[in-house]
Design a binder for this molecule. Structure first.
Ligand SMILES: [Zn+2]
Length: 326
């Protein structure tokens, strides 16, 4: 039976604060019933972290051979093992967030879960982790599809995505992608790590976050940043953005800007931005019709084509720069 506690405990960062419900186990211990996946008429109970999930044996057994086998095992009859309304309780060493995200696929909530504590991408990784552990193929496929919808793999989706707003989130995506063998998300995540950490690479706060990467990935990050800038400087060297004296007007006419007396096109600041955020800065140049406005039409055509090629090359070679293809 559900019971309301006399002293409400605040759920972890709830979107809308709701009073948690508690259940009393046979040993007198009070545990929190999971916000979404506690069904009063459920016939099997799980204890995950300190949360009780009360679910339906047949629904789970039908989806997962692993859980079916687990249910078939004789449940321990030890007096020390508490029960819930006579149901034995299966303890899982999974994360509550992951398990709940997985159950959201099995029993879709009628409204977005009010207790949601993690961003969508994190919940999807959690659901995928549980689906793989217990062999639930359809949830595996759906969670993966969901991840492909929220994690960027192209320049367009990268530009719109807010997933990589912080170093913390980006490191977590890298680590979860590694754990689950999802290498397709790594190139842009590494690019974002390289750009986000460039300014404060020596700060202890930045290093503390980056050191949650594996040693191999930390090396890839540093090597990759250098390789990316190497490629950028090599290819941008003859562009007026970087080197105003190296650009020659291809038509050799009276181009006001494309000659040896050219003045720097880009301010020092925008050159620094190009070094630090090359993909984004090149994109701005592609879209800004006036950026090469002082040059003749021939210069404009050549420069724009060069910017497009440079951006495409850098993006296509991220795997190579960060040594992610081995
Ligand atoms: Zn010109």
């Amino acid at each position: 039976m559900m019971s309301v506690p006399s002293t409400p405990i605040t759920p972890i960062t709830p979107i809308t604060p709701i009073a948690p419900s508690y259940v009393i186990l046979s040993d007198g211990k009070q545990c929190q019933a999971h916000y979404t996946h506690y069904y009063d008429d459920g016939n099997i109970a799980f204890l995950v972290e300190d949360y009780v999930f009360r679910l339906f044996r047949s629904v789970l057994a039908r989806r997962s051979e692993v859980l079916k086998d687990l249910f078939a095992l004789p449940q321990p009859q030890s007096r020390d093992e508490p029960t819930l309304d006579g149901l034995s309780i299966i303890r899982l060493k999974d994360s509550m967030i992951d398990f709940a995200a997985f159950l959201d696929f099995i029993h879709p909530p009628s409204s977005p879960p009010r207790w949601a504590t993690v961003p969508r991408w994190r919940a999807l990784f959690g659901a995928l982790r549980i689906a793989r552990k217990y062999g639930v193929d359809d949830v595996d496929i759906q969670a993966l599809k969901g991840l492909e919808g929220v994690l960027p793999t192209t320049l367009d989706t990268f530009e719109r995505s807010t997933v990589y707003a912080t170093l913390n989130a980006t490191v977590e995506v890298v680590n979860l992608s590694r754990e689950l063998g999802l290498e397709r998300f790594l190139p842009l995540a590494f690019y974002r790590l390289a750009t986000l950490s460039a300014q404060n690479i020596s700060s202890s706060q930045t290093m503390a976050v980056l050191c949650r990467l594996s040693k191999e990935d930390l090396v890839r990050l540093h090597v990759g940043r250098a390789a990316l800038q190497d490629a950028l400087v090599n290819q941008a060297y003859y562009m007026p953005d970087m080197n105003p004296h190296a650009w020659r007007c291809p038509s050799n006419r009276h181009c006001p800007r494309g000659g040896p007396t050219a003045v720097p096109l880009a301010s020092k600041k925008s050159w620094m931005t190009l070094l630090q955020f090359p993909l984004e800065e090149l994109r701005l140049r592609i879209r800004n019709p006036s950026i090469y406005g002082d040059f003749c039409d021939d210069c404009n055509d050549h420069l724009r084509e060069r910017v497009r090629q440079l951006q495409a090359t850098l993006f296509a070679n991220l795997l190579l720069y960060f040594k992610l293809s081995d």
